[in-house]
Design a protein around this ligand. Structure first.
Ligand code: HAM
Length: 404
């Protein structure tokens, strides 16, 4: 994932594990505290373990890196904490791999990020389905009807959770007219490539709507990137800061069950709220644990991959053999993970350890061999072994690991 992000010109950034809790409540209100690990430290500061990395990254940008050339393109990989009911692929501590573009939410920036996410999954061989939406369309519609911003946020949260009935009841309760409720439900149900055309044909979205124009251009650029998408205006996202395009990616190979959302993101605003100049932002984050779950990596599947250097010591402290072993290990450590006994174990115990760890080769060295300037190179996969010179041994292992 790092490789792909770096080839697209993104640089890694790290932020602290905890932040002042207001960083997260400023946008979402105190209600978000219920969903976070928050506490007071000895200086009575109200802190929170980060529930995500977008707000921390933007805070860091404003505090430290405002002068970076724009657009600034960052990626991160870090642990996050949310006070949720744990279940399969939903944890209280989990990892995100994400990116943020600071300085642009143009259709070109949006498309680049979606295409990057798509390419990361392609490089991992993950089967996925991408849904693209735009919260601006729904927000715009509600704003025109004078629905207050906090109420719009509540509606968006119900939409995000797929609670259709709650959307209807809440809008009814705050006095939204039935016509508008119907329009909203119609928008939520629109899916597929022709959705925009349908909304326009029915006069539900004005053709000169900024959100509409932006979305149309984005979809066109996605075609240039050869990215397959489903247009889904029902995507609302759980976080409050999104202002424009939003997208979600779901695992499509049936490996994850209910928690199959592996990536989410979109365009948003946060900089002014955090005390900086307002600046357009776009980003996404992958749920790393969910990706790991797809591969279901098992110890047994790991390839044999390292080398163990085994000094065969006759007595407990045969310094000469140990010295030589360390010298060879240092040569091997230039290109392959190399282990050396740290527990003064017998030859068989050292080999057992190497097998358990899936090493590929053992380099055995005893006093006699050393006298001849030789070692025994044993292939742990086949059990074959050969006495060769130290130079040949290193060269042979180098050739092997360059290839494998
Ligand atoms: P999010 O959708 O809340 O977005 O989280 C991103 C991804 O993290 C989800 O798609 C999911 O795969 C994973 N995830 C979330 N909660 C859990 C959990 N409890 N256990 C395991 N995995 C989880 C964000 O966090 C935004 N900051 C994304 C973003 C970046 N938007 C703009 N820039």
């Amino acid at each position: 994932m790092r490789d792909v992000a770096e080839r697209w010109g993104y640089e890694e950034i790290r932020t602290p594990t905890f932040e002042r809790s207001e960083l997260f409540t400023l946008k979402s209100g105190e209600a978000i505290l219920k969903e976070m690990y928050e506490f007071r430290d000895k200086g009575d500061r109200h802190l929170a373990l980060r529930p995500e990395l977008t707000a921390p990254v933007i805070r860091m940008y404003i505090n430290e890196l405002k002068m970076a050339p724009k657009p600034t393109k960052w990626y991160y990989f870090g642990n996050c904490f949310r006070y949720e009911e744990p279940q399969k692929a939903r944890y209280r501590e989990f990892w995100q791999f994400g990116t943020e573009i600071i300085g642009s939410d143009s259709p070109a920036a949006q498309a680049e990020l979606i295409a990057l996410a798509f390419n990361i999954l392609k490089s991992l061989g993950v089967k996925a389905e991408l849904h693209v939406g735009h919260v601006g369309l729904i927000r715009e519609r509600l704003r025109v009807a004078n629905v207050a911003e906090v109420q719009i946020n509540t509606v968006m949260r119900f939409i995000d959770k797929g609670e259709r009935q709650a959307v209807i009841e809440f809008m009814d309760e705050i006095g939204v007219k039935k016509d508008l409720i119907d329009v909203l439900l119609f928008l939520l149900d629109l899916k597929g490539k022709d959705a925009l055309k349908e909304a326009r044909d029915r006069n539900i979205i004005a053709p000169d709507s900024d959100a509409m124009k932006e979305l149309e251009l984005l979809l066109e650029i996605l075609e240039y990137y050869d990215v397959d998408y489903t247009l889904n205006l029902g995507i609302a996202r759980g976080l409050d800061y999104y202002t424009g395009m939003v997208f979600e990616i779901y695992e499509a190979g049936g490996k994850l069950g209910a928690q199959n959302q592996i990536c989410g993101g979109g365009s948003y605003r946060l900089a002014k709220l955090f005390g900086g100049d307002e600046i357009p932002l776009t980003g996404f984050a992958f749920g790393f644990d969910r990706l790991a779950e797809i591969f279901n990596v098992d110890d047994k599947d790991l390839e044999r991959r390292g080398v163990v250097v085994v000094p065969i010591r006759e007595k407990n402290a045969d310094r000469e053999v140990l010295k030589e072993a360390i010298e060879i290990a240092s040569l091997l450590r230039e290109f392959v993970p190399t282990h050396i006994d740290l527990m003064n174990r017998s030859l068989s115990a050292q080999l057992k350890y190497a097998n358990a760890r899936h090493d590929s080769f053992a380099v055995l060295m005893g006093k006699n061999e050393l006298g001849e300037g030789k070692v025994t190179l044993r292939d742990l996969n086949t059990g074959e072994q050969e006495k060769i010179s130290v130079v040949d041994c290193v060269a042979r292992l180098k050739a092997y690991f360059d290839l494998n």
